[in-house]
Design a protein around this ligand. Structure first.
Ligand SMILES: [Zn+2]
Length: 229
């Protein structure tokens, strides 16, 4: 299909199925914008202190120099359907918008060399067709001009889903999951690890350890949301 045919097709789809807010249903500017401004304003913002408090409960998270989350994730709230769409309904374009919104909470003093999405293992990537964290880093890169570097970190072994695992088992589950894919590119640089949801921080800490082992100078973390508990 040529580009102009796709363009007309997209326009027609938008007339037939106008993009709408996943929470309240009012029209939004484009299919890439999952929530209207009113619904965005109602989502609880995560404070830097609440994120730091969460990470202070995990010794291994000391590998993270600092961290930010945009929102507090509430299973009953607007974010539930947005996160589901991002993760399971083949809608990476939503991630680009969410990543642009996340850029708001990245402190200027961080001065990173790049955003590193938490990689999926190849089997999970093949199931889903894309990495939702990489969709977020694409948006972060668009908003900040700082590159998205999905190529520097690899998931070297598959891990069981962290969902439902007790806190003490989460670190053991992911501890050896990551490895720098390009140690030369990683060394002496500052990276922001990017993930969709922060729960205990064990996944992000494991990614940070792998980058530091390869000689990275400093690792920060930015997530779309922090789980309430
Ligand atoms: Zn709305």
């Amino acid at each position: 299909m040529t580009a102009w045919m796709r363009h007309i097709g997209d326009g027609l789809l938008r007339v037939l199925y106008p993009p709408c807010c996943m929470d309240c249903g009012v029209r939004t500017a484009s299919p890439a914008v999952p929530l209207c401004p009113d619904c965005v304003a109602r989502i609880e913002r995560a404070t830097p202190k609440s994120v730091a408090d969460r990470l202070s409960r995990l010794a291994e998270a000391e590998a993270l120099a600092d961290a930010r989350s945009l929102w507090v994730f509430d299973a009953q709230g607007a974010l539930q359907s947005v996160q589901h769409a991002l993760k399971y309904q083949n809608q990476p374009h939503i991630g680009h918008t969410l990543g642009r919104w996340m850029a708001d909470v990245v402190p200027e003093v961080w001065q990173p060399d790049g955003f590193v999405p938490v990689p999926l293992h190849r089997t999970r990537w093949l199931e889903r067709g894309y990495n939702q964290s990489e969709a977020l880093t694409t948006g972060l890169a668009e908003a900040t001009g700082i590159p998205s570097r999905a190529d520097v970190l690899a998931r070297v072994r598959p891990t069981a889903s962290q969902t439902g695992l007790p806190r003490r088992d989460r670190w053991a589950n992911v501890a050896q999951a990551f490895q720098a894919a390009d140690p030369e590119a990683v060394a002496d640089c500052t990276w922001v690890v990017v993930d969709d949801v922060l729960t205990t921080g064990s996944t992000a800490a494991a990614a940070a350890h792998a980058l530091l082992d390869a000689g990275a100078e400093r690792i920060y973390l930015c997530t779309l949301a922090m789980a309430r508990t």
